[in-house]
Design a protein. Structure first.
Length: 300
């Protein structure tokens, strides 16, 4: 995409795969965004510079006696439109194996060249928490409003970093708005494709940026997934005991550590869920209809 037509002054959202993606949160939400939303590629990073092919071998297709196709790994920045036709940049793909400093400087240069308003990224790790409670997050970066209102676990520790940690550090040092959400996913679901982890990723991004994503399909998949897990609880006494014990620990921790007036996104309902785009449109239609003078034409 020619640089002279790339928009300026819009958010950047990021999620990279390749390191501790509990519940397949990042891989699911990044694939979902590119699958259901309109997008076009703005920039592509060279995998020969950044990727260890022997550690993460790309897929090639074999049909009985010949090769039919090759899918090279891709790390790219896309231009995407949300449900309200607002544009944002979307950085997704593999986490670089090499040249992290050059990669992070390239992202910072992109942010500065196109006057990115803020950068939000998502990661997911396993935690001893129950799936029957909302997925929490550890929030980092320089958005103090998000840290204070949404970070449920704030450890003092050393952790193995990923490439986006370095990007966040460089952006923060350079004075750019940046926030990272590390989802805390039930450890017994860490190796599964947990739709609610992807859904929570999008909800946290919405809280940070105001972008609206289509989530109906993920919500339906999440309900089916939870129903299957709950069915297993009725037939697996050990699993049920584990979940109940985690619930007690979780509730004690939240009661002790979370302020009673902790902010909740104004977009969520009483169950903590975000409305769909259709629901938002319906509410807007009802609001405008109530305020419309009697002689105004109806909305199209």
């Amino acid at each position: 995409m020619p640089h002279d037509v790339v928009p300026h002054g819009i958010p950047l959202v990021a999620g990279l795969t390749g390191f501790t993606d509990s519940g397949s949160a990042v891989s699911q939400f990044t694939d979902y965004v590119l699958d259901v939303m309109q997008s076009q590629i703005v920039a592509v990073f060279d995998p020969d510079e950044l990727l260890d092919y022997r550690a993460r071998r790309p897929t090639i297709y074999f049909d009985q006696d010949h090769l039919t196709g090759y899918e090279p790994p891709r790390l790219a920045i896309h231009l995407v439109e949300d449900e309200m036709n607002r544009q944002f940049f979307f950085l997704s793909g593999y986490e670089p194996d090499f040249k992290w400093e050059r990669f992070s400087h390239a992202v910072v240069d992109f942010v500065e060249q196109f006057e990115v308003t803020e950068t939000t990224w998502v990661h997911a790790i396993p935690m001893p928490v129950p799936h029957t409670r909302p997925i929490g997050a550890t929030v980092s970066g320089n958005r103090r409003d998000l840290v204070e209102s949404m970070s449920v676990w704030r450890p003092h520790t050393q952790v193995p970093s990923n490439a986006m940690h370095l990007v966040e550090y460089r952006l923060d040092t350079a004075g750019h708005r940046v926030s990272g959400f590390v989802l805390l996913v039930a450890h017994y679901l860490a190796d599964s494709e947990y739709p609610n982890a992807a859904l929570s990723s999008l909800e946290f991004i919405t809280s940070a940026t105001g972008l609206i994503f289509p989530t109906d399909r993920l919500r339906e998949e999440g309900r089916d997934f939870i129903a299957r897990i709950d069915e297993q609880l009725t037939t697996n006494e050990e699993l049920e005991k584990l979940v109940r014990k985690l619930e007690v620990q979780y509730d004690k921790y939240m009661k002790k550590n979370m302020p009673t007036d902790m902010m909740r996104s104004p977009l969520t309902d009483d169950d903590g869920e975000l409305p769909s785009a259709d629901q938002i449109a319906a509410e807007l239609e009802a609001f405008l209809s109530a305020r419309r003078p009697a002689d105004d034409p109806p909305l199209g």
